[in-house]
Design a protein around this ligand. Sequence first.
Ligand code: FES
Length: 70
Amino acid sequence: MTAQKNNADNVEDEVMCDCTGTTRGKIYDLVTQGFDFDAISGKTGVNTGCGGCEWEIESFIDALNEGNKI
Ligand code: FES
């Protein structure tokens, strides 16, 4: 049986906003295109539901803008 990659090990597929299903990879792509948190929220709907994802996503965007990798 071939070992299959577990989704939990695939950082890009990690859902950061449960309300919209927005993944870390999607946010990464938008940040690399120059979108800030508000623009990403407008495009994907993150932080427009329960708001519980705000801190984590903002921190992720800040980290990316500081040149860190996911
Ligand atoms: S988890 Fe993102 S708005 Fe609810």
